[in-house]
Design a protein around this ligand. Structure first.
Ligand SMILES: [Fe+2]
Ligand SMILES: [Fe+2]
Length: 283
């Protein structure tokens, strides 16, 4: 029920909405309340957050900042969620031992990169500014993946003769995709090729890189959708002439799909939400 007056929420309640929408009981390792607070009525929502965003949020008289990408300790521990990709691969017919082996290289690399992070910087600034601060990553990505998977359902029939171009056209039906400055891009394969079975390889902290891509193709998946893909892995994939299609769906466009569902719900509960920080707003 939409309320005309602004309701006040706590940081925990704001987090709980995302968990409920994505079917999670506990806060995942890549998300967290970094500065807790009560009586929140007006929030600044962003995909990425630095100290400048906090100052902008204060300038805009917000009580809290809600960012998508991991911050604080969530940015140190989130890499563990790459393990979720095993489940996704198994759903697509990858043998479990093959799937577990496929994530090792990427998981190791992402963990090593997390050691570089100045993880507490933004959270500390939020504390000094007396701004409530939380980041909600996996729950929003689960929502994006769910909606994109639903969109792909018609193409999963064995008699589907959809091409890679048809998959891209379906993705473009999302208002966020239509409005984004990016377009889904074919990194491997070609638009006129048959798509075959489609895997939506998202909501696993980050892309799985070359080995995960190979595992999907070996299991008979014809077209893999990822939000983004590393350059070095792409080079290797091309050298190895992998026989499959890889579409990157656009990072901000794809993240915005799930984020908007979440923010719409917060608004429905009476919060005032300022969408900033690169969120693609379909209005
Ligand atoms: Fe995301
Ligand atoms: Fe993202």
């Amino acid at each position: 029920m939409r309320t005309s007056t602004t309701a006040a929420m706590t940081t925990e309640e704001i987090m709980r909405v995302a968990l409920d929408q994505s079917g999670m009981r506990d806060i995942p390792a890549d998300s967290g309340v970094h500065v807790r607070g009560d009586g929140i009525r007006r929030i600044y929502a962003t995909i990425d957050c630095d100290v400048a965003d906090l100052l902008l949020a204060r300038e805009l008289r917000c009580d809290a900042v809600l960012t998508h990408h991991p911050e604080g300790t969530a940015s140190l521990h989130g890499w563990r969620l790459i393990a979720r990709q095993v489940e996704q691969m198994v759903e697509c017919g990858v043998p479990v031992d093959r799937a577990e082996a496929a994530i090792q290289r990427r998981m190791h690399m992402v963990e090593l990169n997390s050691h570089v992070r100045n993880y507490g910087r933004v959270a500390q600034a939020a504390q000094l500014l007396k701004l409530s601060f939380l980041n909600v990553h996996l729950p929003c990505d689960v929502i994006s993946r769910r909606l994109i998977t639903e969109k792909m359902a018609p193409f999963q029939q064995p008699d589907s003769h959809a091409t890679v171009a048809d998959i891209i056209a379906a993705l473009q039906e999302f208002p966020e995709q239509k409005l984004a400055a990016t377009e889904p891009k074919v990194l491997l394969g070609a638009p006129d090729r048959l798509a075959g079975r489609v895997a939506v390889a998202m909501a696993g902290y980050t892309n799985g890189g070359l080995e995960v891509l190979k595992a999907y193709f070996e299991a008979g998946v014809g077209c893999v959708l990822m939000m983004h893909f590393p350059e070095a892995d792409l080079r290797e994939a091309r050298e190895q002439k992998l026989a499959g299609n890889l579409i990157i769906t656009g990072h901000m466009a794809s993240d915005s799909i799930g984020i908007n569902v979440y923010l719409d719900e917060l608004e429905r509960r009476g919060l005032e939400v300022i969408r900033a920080g690169g969120i693609i707003v379909p209005r």
